[in-house]
Write a protein that binds this ligand. Structure first.
Ligand code: AMP
Length: 285
């Protein structure tokens, strides 16, 4: 396992590997690796000769008052887990390496970045797209792997890649869940016992809506009502949004036809943890 801190050093190593016709997969992460991350690493190492895992808690995607300082940092365990899952290079830059004095550039995917999560976390996706493009330019991957867990992020990154002619194939992998259905997240560890007990309801609401859809209901407001009814029984969190949108432009749909994203966000009352989850109906992301 090689650990690299500097973009130019990674570029050199990768260029050398590419000259031997080896394919490169990249899995961008903020560390605190769990089975969700590891599923991406395994997929990449199945499909590529070399898998690079980046571990970087990107400060520019955190807003004022968010959890940047308390975000879990478990570097040594992450390196071990990534290695076991098939990674051969860890890219772990520092804040100063990524954003040295005088740094002044930003990538912004307009409109898509201002909706859903972007409304609640202004500027968040500009931080994401900027760091992801920097990671692409550092690791020069053939394929990059993202989770459907962050569906809006995956949609925005695909749009950036298309708009800016970035020569990377973006693959979006399924959401990995705990046994009780809660989508795995590095932030689940913030939950109080009561919050954790009730958190599987987030997925249950989505599941109920997808059952209703499978029974023939295509009206978005009926499916939303179903999700809301499940969440209204919950005492430990407030709903931030329940949306049913087109996966292309993230605009609300009235009737489900074509590829549709049902996305939800809640905020727990005791620990103040934001949790997001989603399902995609029709063509996957
Ligand atoms: P993060 O470290 O939270 O920035 O996540 C890194 C990557 O792992 C992103 O592409 C996420 O969408 C993905 N990811 C996080 N949680 C899961 C999960 N439960 N299932 C699948 N992918 C996930």
């Amino acid at each position: 396992m090689t650990i690299i801190h500097y973009p130019n050093e990674l570029q050199e190593v990768i260029s050398e590997l590419k000259s031997e016709a080896l394919s490169i997969g990249l899995v961008p992460t903020m560390g605190a690796l769990h089975e969700g991350h590891l599923s991406l690493i395994r997929e990449s190492s199945d499909e590529n000769n070399v898998t690079v895992v980046s571990i970087f808690v990107n400060p520019t995607q955190f807003g004022e008052g968010e959890d940047l300082d308390k975000y879990p940092r478990t570097f040594d365990d992450d390196v071990e887990a990534a290695k076991k899952a098939g990674a051969s290079i860890i890219f772990a830059p520092t804040d100063d390496i990524m954003y040295p004095d005088g740094y002044s550039s930003e990538v912004s995917v307009k409109e898509l970045s201002e909706k859903l999560e972007g409304e609640i976390r202004p500027g968040h996706f500009n931080g994401v797209t900027t760091v992801v493009l920097k990671l692409f330019n550092s690791a020069l991957p053939d394929v990059a792997y993202f989770g459907q867990k962050d569906a809006q992020q995956a949609i925005i990154i695909k749009k950036m890649v298309e708009d800016l002619n970035v020569p990377v194939e973006v693959r979006v992998m399924p959401i990995i869940r705990d046994e009780d259905g809660l989508a795995l997240s590095s932030r689940n560890r913030y939950l109080s016992q009561d919050e954790r007990k009730e958190a599987p309801s987030i997925q249950e609401g989505l599941f109920n809506a997808s059952m209703l859809y499978r029974e023939g209901e295509t009206k978005a407001n009926k499916l939303k009502f179903e999700i809301d009814a499940t969440y209204r029984k919950c005492k430990t969190f407030d709903v931030e949004y329940i949306v049913i949108v087109n996966t292309k432009d993230l605009e609300p749909v009235e009737t489900i036809e074509g590829s549709t994203l049902i996305a939800v966000a809640v905020k727990t009352k005791e620990s103040g943890t934001r949790l997001i989850d989603n399902i995609v109906i029709g063509d996957p992301l």
